[in-house]
Design a protein around this ligand. Sequence first.
Ligand code: PGA
Length: 241
Amino acid sequence: MAAKKLIVANWKMNKTAKEAASFITDFKKLVFNENPNEIVICPAFICLNESKKLLKGAKISLGAQNMHFEEKGAFTGEISASMIKDAGCKYVILGHSERRNYFSESNELINKKVKTALKNGLKVILCIGESLRQRENSETMNIIQNQIDNCLKTVGGEGIRNVIIAYEPVWAIGTGKNATPEQAEEAHQHIRKILAELYNAIVSKDTRIIYGGSVNADNSKELFSMENIDGALIGGDSFVV
Ligand code: PGA
């Protein structure tokens, strides 16, 4: 449970390079001197290079929203770990529910991506979370267990140190319906228990577990007051001016 909160902005498919540059120019003025949290901005791939230049010297890191699991090759339209690293990324979001749902990404595929990202020195923000139907069927904890077991398969004690888990209940993403702090805390506690079983008590305590799903300026304070919520992955509210 880190003292500093990790705040990750997932811009999804929003902002042209020009719009991203203008946002970052204004935003970094706000956080340049006073920044009690760790901030990561994840713009579209095409905005990374310019963002990297603009963020030079600022205490804000850059992340990508996805990557391919192969190092390179004939994968038209894809981007590799070394490419995003070269474009300035320290982090990469993997396993986002939009990738799972719209692009059929399985836990097995995500596991391959996690391992390639770690091999390339990237920090992984691994998204997990249940659908509304799964929550209503009381399957939340099993789904979380299954996603962690499979997405982190053969990720060892060294690798896990560079993994951040983002608990994002699918029903809360982009819906304006966030999990209550108690619901999120319950899931985060369960994730710590799983990590303790898979790794050890130190990993369980040290791994950052952030919450995502309709986080905004109004509800973040209450969410952050929970013992096991180490930050947030924010979509819609992270790129409005
Ligand atoms: P949201 O998205 O904040 O718009 O709900 C979160 C996410 O998709 O990571």
